[in-house]
Design a protein around this ligand. Sequence first.
Ligand SMILES: *Cc1c(COP(=O)(O)O)cnc(C)c1O
Length: 370
Amino acid sequence: MVSNIIHLSKPIIWQEEIDAVIEVMKSWNIIQWPEVEKLEKSFCDITWCKYAVAMNSGTAVLHAALYWLNIWKWDEVICPPFTFVATANAILMAWAKPVFCDIDEKDYTIDPQYIERAITPNTKAILAVSLYWQPFKYNEIKKISDKYNLKIIEDGAQSIWASYNNMPSGWLGDAGTFSLYATKNIHCAEWGVMVTDNEECYLKARMLRHHGQSEERYIYYDLWYNYRLTDIHAAIANIQVKRLDKINELRIRNAEIYDTWLKNLKWLIIPYRHEANKHVYHQYTIRITEECSINREEFAKVLENNNIWYGIYYPNPLHLHYHFINLWYKEWDFLVSERLAKEVISLPVGPHVTEENIHFITDVIKEHVQ
Ligand SMILES: *Cc1c(COP(=O)(O)O)cnc(C)c1O
C-alpha cells in the first residue's frame, strides 16, 4: 500500500497570517516596526524577561547576545558539540573560541560533569542549548557559572514555551535566543529574538542591530551588521504566537501517542523527559541502538519506502567539521555526541501529524524492524 507523504515538518500558514501580511503591505509601513515591537513584547511575556530584541535570524541574535555580553577576542565559550552549527559558529563570529563539552546521553543537553574541567582563565561564558525541546540543566550549570563568574546564554531555538521547573526557557540565562525559522515550532520564514534582563545588553542590541548606529542617526557606535527585520515577517509571527499553546499541545499529544506505542520496543530509545520540565517537542527524536536488527540508515530506508519523512539531527557532531577541527578537535574527543550522531532519527511530530498518521508510522516500524 502506498500512503500519502507524511512530512517531517510543515509550516502552518493560515488565512489569518496571509491577511496580516496584506494589512502590513497596504499600510506601506513595511519596515516601520509596530509589528516587530508587538512581537518583542509577546516574547517578554512568554519568557518573563524584561527585554526582547528581534533580529533577522536565530544566528544573528546568538551572535549579538555573545557580543553584547562582552565576549570578545581570545575569550572561551563552552558549548556542546551536538547541536545545530549556528550555536558554535556564533562564537567564532564573536571572535571567541568554542570549547566543546560532551552531552548527557539521557537528555542530550550539555553534561555539567565535563564543564568544570574545561574552564580556563579565559572562559567567559557557557552557551547551553535546549536541544529538541529539553531545557538545559539549569540548576547545575548555574552553580558552576556562579562559582567561576561566567555568563550563561541559552540557545533556545528549539524550546520556545518550554520550561525548567516552571521557569521558562529564555529566562534561564543572562540572555536567551530563539529562532522563528520556517521549521521551528512557531515561524515566520526568518526571524530571531534575544531576551534578557540585562539592561546594557538590551540597549546595545536595540541600538546596534542597524549597522551599529547609535541613538543618533548616522552616528555609528561600533562596527556592526545589518540585522534588521521587517514588519511583514513579524506580522506572521504575531498571529502564530496566539496559537503557541494549541500548537505545542498538539505536539505533546503526538509525542505521547508515540511513547505509548514505542516504549516497549527494547532496541529503540524514546525521548527522555524530566518530570519537572514542560516539553514542546520541537523534535520527537528516537535512537536506533545496536540491539536493533537493522542500522539507522536501513531504518530510514523503511520510513522512506512508506512515504514517511524523517530528519537526522545531527549526522555529524560539530567538532568533526573542518572549521572546528582547526581548533585541534578530533574523532573520539566526545564519545556520547559521536555515538548519538549515528543513532538518532526524528519522526514527524508537528501539529500537521494526525493520530492515524502516528498509528501508521508505529505500525510500519513494528512490522519491518525487530
Ligand atoms: C535553528 C537553530 C539556530 C539558528 O537559527 P536560524 O534562525 O536558522 O539562524 C540555532 N541554534 C539551534 C539549536 C537551532 O535549532
